[in-house]
Design a protein around this ligand. Structure first.
Ligand code: NAD
Ligand code: WQD
Length: 342
Protein backbone atom coordinates (compact mmCIF):
# COMPACT_ATOMS: atom_id res chain seq x y z
CA UNK A 1 0.00 0.00 0.00
CA UNK A 2 1.11 3.56 -0.73
CA UNK A 3 2.70 5.12 2.36
CA UNK A 4 1.41 8.51 3.40
CA UNK A 5 3.84 11.28 4.37
CA UNK A 6 2.78 14.48 6.11
CA UNK A 7 4.93 17.36 4.89
CA UNK A 8 4.61 20.44 7.07
CA UNK A 9 5.70 23.61 5.30
CA UNK A 10 5.23 21.69 2.05
CA UNK A 11 4.34 24.73 -0.05
CA UNK A 12 7.62 26.42 1.00
CA UNK A 13 10.94 26.40 -0.82
CA UNK A 14 12.54 23.13 0.32
CA UNK A 15 9.19 21.53 1.16
CA UNK A 16 7.78 21.88 -2.37
CA UNK A 17 10.88 20.28 -3.94
CA UNK A 18 10.70 17.47 -1.41
CA UNK A 19 7.01 16.86 -2.14
CA UNK A 20 7.89 16.32 -5.81
CA UNK A 21 10.68 13.85 -4.94
CA UNK A 22 8.40 11.99 -2.52
CA UNK A 23 5.71 11.68 -5.17
CA UNK A 24 8.32 10.46 -7.66
CA UNK A 25 9.34 7.81 -5.13
CA UNK A 26 5.72 6.61 -4.87
CA UNK A 27 4.58 8.23 -1.62
CA UNK A 28 1.23 9.91 -1.06
CA UNK A 29 1.76 13.39 0.32
CA UNK A 30 -0.37 15.47 2.66
CA UNK A 31 0.80 19.06 3.03
CA UNK A 32 0.05 21.21 6.06
CA UNK A 33 1.04 24.86 5.75
CA UNK A 34 -0.38 28.14 7.05
CA UNK A 35 0.87 29.96 3.91
CA UNK A 36 2.67 32.53 6.07
CA UNK A 37 5.65 32.35 3.70
CA UNK A 38 4.36 30.55 0.61
CA UNK A 39 1.59 30.60 -1.95
CA UNK A 40 -1.23 28.17 -2.59
CA UNK A 41 -0.41 28.23 -6.35
CA UNK A 42 2.61 26.06 -5.54
CA UNK A 43 0.19 23.12 -5.44
CA UNK A 44 -0.64 23.62 -9.14
CA UNK A 45 3.05 23.82 -9.98
CA UNK A 46 3.71 20.57 -8.11
CA UNK A 47 0.85 18.96 -10.03
CA UNK A 48 2.34 20.17 -13.32
CA UNK A 49 5.63 18.50 -12.49
CA UNK A 50 4.43 15.24 -10.97
CA UNK A 51 0.92 14.87 -12.36
CA UNK A 52 -0.47 14.60 -8.81
CA UNK A 53 -1.89 17.40 -6.69
CA UNK A 54 -0.99 16.77 -3.08
CA UNK A 55 -3.67 16.86 -0.39
CA UNK A 56 -3.47 20.24 1.33
CA UNK A 57 -4.70 21.55 4.69
CA UNK A 58 -4.18 25.17 5.71
CA UNK A 59 -3.31 24.90 9.38
CA UNK A 60 -1.16 26.89 11.77
CA UNK A 61 0.89 24.27 13.62
CA UNK A 62 1.41 26.73 16.45
CA UNK A 63 -2.33 26.29 17.09
CA UNK A 64 -2.55 23.17 19.26
CA UNK A 65 -6.30 22.71 18.87
CA UNK A 66 -6.19 22.97 15.09
CA UNK A 67 -3.20 20.62 14.96
CA UNK A 68 -4.92 18.06 17.20
CA UNK A 69 -8.03 18.30 15.02
CA UNK A 70 -5.95 17.64 11.91
CA UNK A 71 -4.43 14.48 13.41
CA UNK A 72 -7.87 13.28 14.56
CA UNK A 73 -8.97 13.43 10.91
CA UNK A 74 -5.86 12.09 9.18
CA UNK A 75 -5.28 8.69 10.70
CA UNK A 76 -3.13 7.06 8.02
CA UNK A 77 0.08 9.06 8.31
CA UNK A 78 3.19 6.86 8.25
CA UNK A 79 5.80 9.57 8.71
CA UNK A 80 6.22 13.32 9.01
CA UNK A 81 8.74 15.71 7.48
CA UNK A 82 8.70 18.92 9.45
CA UNK A 83 9.80 21.95 7.41
CA UNK A 84 7.34 24.50 8.81
CA UNK A 85 9.23 27.23 10.61
CA UNK A 86 10.17 30.89 10.41
CA UNK A 87 13.67 31.09 8.94
CA UNK A 88 14.92 34.66 8.57
CA UNK A 89 17.99 35.06 10.77
CA UNK A 90 17.89 38.88 10.96
CA UNK A 91 14.15 39.02 11.61
CA UNK A 92 14.55 36.52 14.44
CA UNK A 93 16.78 39.00 16.27
CA UNK A 94 14.00 41.60 16.06
CA UNK A 95 11.15 39.17 16.87
CA UNK A 96 12.60 36.53 19.19
CA UNK A 97 9.30 35.55 20.82
CA UNK A 98 7.58 35.02 17.48
CA UNK A 99 10.44 32.77 16.40
CA UNK A 100 10.64 30.73 19.61
CA UNK A 101 6.86 30.39 19.73
CA UNK A 102 6.36 29.39 16.11
CA UNK A 103 9.35 27.10 15.68
CA UNK A 104 9.21 25.36 19.04
CA UNK A 105 5.44 25.10 19.53
CA UNK A 106 4.96 23.64 16.07
CA UNK A 107 7.51 20.90 16.81
CA UNK A 108 6.05 20.14 20.24
CA UNK A 109 2.51 20.03 18.85
CA UNK A 110 3.66 17.48 16.29
CA UNK A 111 5.55 15.34 18.80
CA UNK A 112 2.55 15.35 21.10
CA UNK A 113 0.35 14.11 18.26
CA UNK A 114 2.90 11.46 17.27
CA UNK A 115 2.54 10.11 20.80
CA UNK A 116 -1.26 10.39 20.78
CA UNK A 117 -1.63 8.64 17.41
CA UNK A 118 1.32 6.26 17.50
CA UNK A 119 3.06 7.85 14.52
CA UNK A 120 6.65 6.65 14.70
CA UNK A 121 8.72 8.67 12.26
CA UNK A 122 9.81 12.30 12.01
CA UNK A 123 12.39 13.94 9.76
CA UNK A 124 13.32 17.42 10.93
CA UNK A 125 14.89 20.41 9.13
CA UNK A 126 17.92 21.42 11.14
CA UNK A 127 20.74 23.65 10.01
CA UNK A 128 24.51 23.99 9.91
CA UNK A 129 23.88 27.16 11.91
CA UNK A 130 24.07 24.94 15.03
CA UNK A 131 27.86 24.68 14.51
CA UNK A 132 28.49 28.45 14.54
CA UNK A 133 32.08 29.09 13.39
CA UNK A 134 33.68 25.68 13.92
CA UNK A 135 37.27 25.44 15.14
CA UNK A 136 38.07 22.69 12.61
CA UNK A 137 36.86 22.16 9.06
CA UNK A 138 35.11 20.34 7.54
CA UNK A 139 32.47 19.81 10.23
CA UNK A 140 31.44 16.30 11.12
CA UNK A 141 28.40 15.38 13.20
CA UNK A 142 30.84 15.06 16.14
CA UNK A 143 31.87 18.70 15.84
CA UNK A 144 30.52 20.40 18.96
CA UNK A 145 27.57 22.72 18.56
CA UNK A 146 28.30 26.33 19.46
CA UNK A 147 25.96 28.76 21.24
CA UNK A 148 23.57 30.09 18.61
CA UNK A 149 24.23 33.48 17.00
CA UNK A 150 20.52 34.26 16.64
CA UNK A 151 17.13 33.28 18.08
CA UNK A 152 16.47 31.47 14.78
CA UNK A 153 19.64 29.42 15.16
CA UNK A 154 18.76 28.75 18.77
CA UNK A 155 15.36 27.34 17.76
CA UNK A 156 17.21 24.70 15.71
CA UNK A 157 19.52 23.76 18.60
CA UNK A 158 16.64 23.64 21.07
CA UNK A 159 14.51 21.63 18.61
CA UNK A 160 17.27 19.02 18.38
CA UNK A 161 17.41 18.88 22.17
CA UNK A 162 13.63 18.53 22.42
CA UNK A 163 13.67 15.60 19.98
CA UNK A 164 16.60 13.99 21.78
CA UNK A 165 14.85 14.21 25.17
CA UNK A 166 11.51 13.09 23.74
CA UNK A 167 13.08 10.08 22.00
CA UNK A 168 14.77 8.97 25.22
CA UNK A 169 11.40 8.31 26.85
CA UNK A 170 9.40 7.38 23.75
CA UNK A 171 11.23 4.36 22.40
CA UNK A 172 8.78 3.85 19.54
CA UNK A 173 9.35 7.36 18.18
CA UNK A 174 12.19 7.89 15.67
CA UNK A 175 13.48 11.37 14.90
CA UNK A 176 16.08 12.15 12.28
CA UNK A 177 17.44 15.67 11.91
CA UNK A 178 19.06 16.79 8.67
CA UNK A 179 21.49 19.66 9.17
CA UNK A 180 21.32 21.47 5.87
CA UNK A 181 24.20 23.64 4.74
CA UNK A 182 23.23 26.40 2.25
CA UNK A 183 20.35 25.25 0.01
CA UNK A 184 20.22 27.01 -3.36
CA UNK A 185 18.76 26.57 -6.85
CA UNK A 186 15.41 25.46 -8.15
CA UNK A 187 13.66 22.57 -9.84
CA UNK A 188 14.91 22.07 -13.45
CA UNK A 189 11.33 22.64 -14.70
CA UNK A 190 11.55 26.21 -13.34
CA UNK A 191 8.01 25.69 -12.02
CA UNK A 192 8.99 25.83 -8.34
CA UNK A 193 11.81 27.63 -6.56
CA UNK A 194 12.61 30.12 -3.82
CA UNK A 195 10.33 33.16 -3.61
CA UNK A 196 11.62 35.49 -0.91
CA UNK A 197 9.36 38.28 0.31
CA UNK A 198 10.94 41.75 0.05
CA UNK A 199 14.70 42.30 -0.24
CA UNK A 200 16.42 38.90 -0.13
CA UNK A 201 18.78 38.34 2.77
CA UNK A 202 20.35 35.27 1.19
CA UNK A 203 23.04 35.44 -1.43
CA UNK A 204 21.64 33.54 -4.41
CA UNK A 205 18.18 35.18 -4.51
CA UNK A 206 19.96 38.55 -4.26
CA UNK A 207 22.19 37.58 -7.17
CA UNK A 208 19.30 36.44 -9.39
CA UNK A 209 17.20 39.50 -8.54
CA UNK A 210 20.13 41.77 -9.35
CA UNK A 211 20.70 39.96 -12.64
CA UNK A 212 16.96 40.39 -13.38
CA UNK A 213 17.29 44.14 -12.80
CA UNK A 214 15.28 44.31 -9.56
CA UNK A 215 18.32 45.34 -7.50
CA UNK A 216 21.00 47.82 -8.53
CA UNK A 217 24.02 45.81 -7.45
CA UNK A 218 25.11 42.99 -5.24
CA UNK A 219 27.16 43.82 -2.16
CA UNK A 220 29.75 41.21 -1.32
CA UNK A 221 29.95 41.35 2.44
CA UNK A 222 33.65 41.36 3.31
CA UNK A 223 36.80 40.55 1.32
CA UNK A 224 39.17 40.43 4.26
CA UNK A 225 38.34 36.99 5.64
CA UNK A 226 41.01 34.37 6.13
CA UNK A 227 40.00 32.49 2.96
CA UNK A 228 41.75 32.03 -0.41
CA UNK A 229 40.15 35.11 -2.02
CA UNK A 230 39.15 36.91 1.19
CA UNK A 231 35.40 36.37 0.76
CA UNK A 232 33.36 34.06 3.00
CA UNK A 233 33.10 30.37 2.22
CA UNK A 234 29.96 28.18 2.38
CA UNK A 235 28.77 24.76 1.27
CA UNK A 236 26.00 25.39 -1.29
CA UNK A 237 23.71 22.40 -1.76
CA UNK A 238 21.28 21.99 -4.66
CA UNK A 239 17.68 21.98 -3.42
CA UNK A 240 16.69 18.94 -5.50
CA UNK A 241 19.66 16.99 -4.12
CA UNK A 242 18.59 18.15 -0.66
CA UNK A 243 15.01 17.05 -1.33
CA UNK A 244 16.35 13.61 -2.26
CA UNK A 245 18.03 13.34 1.13
CA UNK A 246 14.58 13.53 2.74
CA UNK A 247 13.31 10.62 0.67
CA UNK A 248 16.32 8.60 1.76
CA UNK A 249 15.78 9.62 5.40
CA UNK A 250 12.11 8.62 5.25
CA UNK A 251 13.00 5.22 3.79
CA UNK A 252 15.59 4.72 6.53
CA UNK A 253 12.95 5.27 9.20
CA UNK A 254 10.15 3.33 7.49
CA UNK A 255 12.48 0.38 6.90
CA UNK A 256 13.78 0.61 10.47
CA UNK A 257 17.37 1.03 9.32
CA UNK A 258 18.10 3.75 11.89
CA UNK A 259 20.66 2.84 14.55
CA UNK A 260 19.31 5.09 17.30
CA UNK A 261 15.90 6.68 17.67
CA UNK A 262 17.41 10.17 17.47
CA UNK A 263 19.94 10.68 14.69
CA UNK A 264 21.34 13.66 12.83
CA UNK A 265 23.27 14.07 9.58
CA UNK A 266 25.11 16.81 7.72
CA UNK A 267 23.56 17.48 4.33
CA UNK A 268 25.93 19.42 2.09
CA UNK A 269 28.27 18.82 -0.84
CA UNK A 270 31.50 18.71 1.13
CA UNK A 271 32.92 21.60 -0.95
CA UNK A 272 33.56 25.11 0.26
CA UNK A 273 32.80 27.84 -2.28
CA UNK A 274 33.58 31.53 -1.75
CA UNK A 275 31.12 34.34 -2.45
CA UNK A 276 33.36 35.63 -5.24
CA UNK A 277 33.68 32.18 -6.81
CA UNK A 278 29.91 31.83 -6.73
CA UNK A 279 29.42 35.23 -8.35
CA UNK A 280 31.96 34.47 -11.07
CA UNK A 281 30.41 31.06 -11.78
CA UNK A 282 26.98 32.68 -12.04
CA UNK A 283 28.24 35.21 -14.61
CA UNK A 284 30.02 32.47 -16.53
CA UNK A 285 27.11 30.01 -16.79
CA UNK A 286 24.36 32.54 -17.41
CA UNK A 287 26.29 35.08 -19.47
CA UNK A 288 24.33 37.77 -17.65
CA UNK A 289 25.75 41.03 -16.37
CA UNK A 290 25.90 41.14 -12.57
CA UNK A 291 27.01 44.43 -11.06
CA UNK A 292 28.70 43.93 -7.70
CA UNK A 293 30.85 45.79 -5.21
CA UNK A 294 32.81 44.86 -2.12
CA UNK A 295 31.06 46.01 1.05
CA UNK A 296 31.86 45.72 4.78
CA UNK A 297 31.36 42.41 6.55
CA UNK A 298 27.78 41.60 7.60
CA UNK A 299 27.27 41.41 11.37
CA UNK A 300 26.88 37.88 12.67
CA UNK A 301 28.39 36.19 9.60
CA UNK A 302 30.86 33.39 10.04
CA UNK A 303 34.03 33.19 7.96
CA UNK A 304 33.87 29.71 6.53
CA UNK A 305 32.05 26.42 6.85
CA UNK A 306 31.63 23.28 4.81
CA UNK A 307 30.43 19.80 5.60
CA UNK A 308 32.06 16.46 6.05
CA UNK A 309 29.35 14.37 4.43
CA UNK A 310 30.90 10.93 5.09
CA UNK A 311 28.15 9.90 7.50
CA UNK A 312 25.36 10.77 5.05
CA UNK A 313 27.32 8.99 2.30
CA UNK A 314 27.86 5.78 4.23
CA UNK A 315 24.82 5.57 6.51
CA UNK A 316 22.15 7.10 4.28
CA UNK A 317 23.76 6.17 0.98
CA UNK A 318 23.14 9.77 -0.08
CA UNK A 319 25.46 12.10 -1.96
CA UNK A 320 24.98 15.50 -3.58
CA UNK A 321 25.18 15.15 -7.35
CA UNK A 322 24.59 18.50 -8.98
CA UNK A 323 27.35 21.03 -9.61
CA UNK A 324 27.23 24.60 -8.35
CA UNK A 325 27.23 25.81 -11.99
CA UNK A 326 24.17 23.71 -12.88
CA UNK A 327 22.47 24.80 -9.68
CA UNK A 328 23.07 28.50 -10.31
CA UNK A 329 21.67 28.10 -13.80
CA UNK A 330 18.52 26.53 -12.33
CA UNK A 331 18.19 29.48 -9.93
CA UNK A 332 18.49 31.89 -12.86
CA UNK A 333 15.95 29.97 -14.97
CA UNK A 334 13.53 30.13 -12.05
CA UNK A 335 14.06 33.87 -11.59
CA UNK A 336 13.50 34.40 -15.32
CA UNK A 337 10.27 32.39 -15.25
CA UNK A 338 9.00 34.37 -12.22
CA UNK A 339 9.82 37.71 -13.88
CA UNK A 340 8.72 36.69 -17.37
CA UNK A 341 12.23 37.19 -18.80
CA UNK A 342 12.93 35.29 -22.03
P1 NAD B 1 10.07 28.45 3.64
O1 NAD B 1 9.74 29.65 4.45
O2 NAD B 1 10.09 28.56 2.17
O3 NAD B 1 9.10 27.25 4.03
C1 NAD B 1 8.57 27.09 5.33
C2 NAD B 1 7.07 26.91 5.19
O4 NAD B 1 6.52 26.72 6.49
C3 NAD B 1 6.36 28.10 4.55
O5 NAD B 1 5.56 27.64 3.48
C4 NAD B 1 5.50 28.67 5.68
O6 NAD B 1 4.29 29.20 5.21
C5 NAD B 1 5.30 27.46 6.58
N1 NAD B 1 5.07 27.73 8.00
C6 NAD B 1 5.81 28.51 8.84
N2 NAD B 1 5.28 28.48 10.07
C7 NAD B 1 4.20 27.66 10.03
C8 NAD B 1 3.23 27.24 10.99
N3 NAD B 1 3.25 27.66 12.25
N4 NAD B 1 2.26 26.39 10.59
C9 NAD B 1 2.20 25.94 9.30
N5 NAD B 1 3.06 26.33 8.36
C10 NAD B 1 4.05 27.18 8.71
O7 NAD B 1 11.48 27.92 4.19
P2 NAD B 1 12.48 26.83 3.58
O8 NAD B 1 13.67 27.54 3.09
O9 NAD B 1 11.75 25.91 2.70
O10 NAD B 1 12.91 26.09 4.91
C11 NAD B 1 12.29 24.90 5.36
C12 NAD B 1 12.91 24.45 6.65
O11 NAD B 1 14.30 24.26 6.46
C13 NAD B 1 12.77 25.45 7.78
O12 NAD B 1 12.58 24.73 8.99
C14 NAD B 1 14.12 26.14 7.82
O13 NAD B 1 14.43 26.65 9.08
C15 NAD B 1 15.03 24.99 7.44
N6 NAD B 1 16.31 25.41 6.84
C16 NAD B 1 16.31 26.24 5.77
C17 NAD B 1 17.51 26.65 5.21
C18 NAD B 1 17.53 27.62 4.07
O14 NAD B 1 18.57 28.25 3.86
N7 NAD B 1 16.46 27.75 3.30
C19 NAD B 1 18.72 26.18 5.76
C20 NAD B 1 18.68 25.31 6.85
C21 NAD B 1 17.46 24.94 7.40
C1 WQD C 1 25.99 33.42 2.24
C2 WQD C 1 27.25 34.29 2.08
C3 WQD C 1 27.12 36.41 3.19
C4 WQD C 1 24.01 38.22 0.77
C5 WQD C 1 21.93 31.54 6.23
C6 WQD C 1 21.56 31.25 7.66
C7 WQD C 1 21.78 29.80 7.98
C8 WQD C 1 21.09 28.91 6.96
C9 WQD C 1 21.45 29.28 5.57
C10 WQD C 1 18.89 28.38 7.77
C11 WQD C 1 27.65 34.99 3.37
C12 WQD C 1 27.23 36.58 1.70
C13 WQD C 1 24.93 37.34 1.29
C14 WQD C 1 24.48 39.35 0.04
C15 WQD C 1 26.75 38.62 0.42
N1 WQD C 1 19.67 29.04 7.03
N2 WQD C 1 26.27 37.54 1.13
N3 WQD C 1 25.84 39.50 -0.11
O1 WQD C 1 24.41 33.51 6.07
O2 WQD C 1 25.56 31.45 5.15
O3 WQD C 1 23.31 31.25 6.08
O4 WQD C 1 21.20 30.68 5.36
O5 WQD C 1 19.12 27.60 8.63
O6 WQD C 1 21.29 29.59 9.25
O7 WQD C 1 22.35 32.06 8.50
O8 WQD C 1 23.60 32.41 3.94
O9 WQD C 1 22.93 33.23 1.71
O10 WQD C 1 22.71 34.78 3.69
O11 WQD C 1 24.99 34.21 2.85
O12 WQD C 1 27.94 38.80 0.26
O13 WQD C 1 23.73 40.20 -0.43
O14 WQD C 1 26.95 35.32 1.15
O15 WQD C 1 27.85 37.40 3.86
O16 WQD C 1 29.03 35.02 3.43
P1 WQD C 1 24.32 32.24 5.37
P2 WQD C 1 23.45 33.69 3.02
Amino acid sequence: MQKQILVTGGTGYIGSHTVVELQKAGFEVVIVDNLSNSKIEVLDAIEKISGVKPIFEKIDLDDKKATDHFFDQYTKIDAIIHFAAFKAVGESVQKPLEYYRNNLNSLMNLLDNMRRHAISNLVFSSSCTVYGQPDKLPVTEQTPRKPAESPYGNTKAISEDIMNDFCKVNASVNCLALRYFNPIGAHPSALIGELPVGVPGNLVPFITQTAAGLRKELSIFGDDYNTPDGTAVRDYINVVDLAGAHVVAINRLLNKKNKRNFEFFNIGTGNGVSVLELVKTFIEVTGVNLPYKIAPRRAGDIEKIWADTSLANTELGWKAEKSVAETLLSAWNWEKSVRGIK
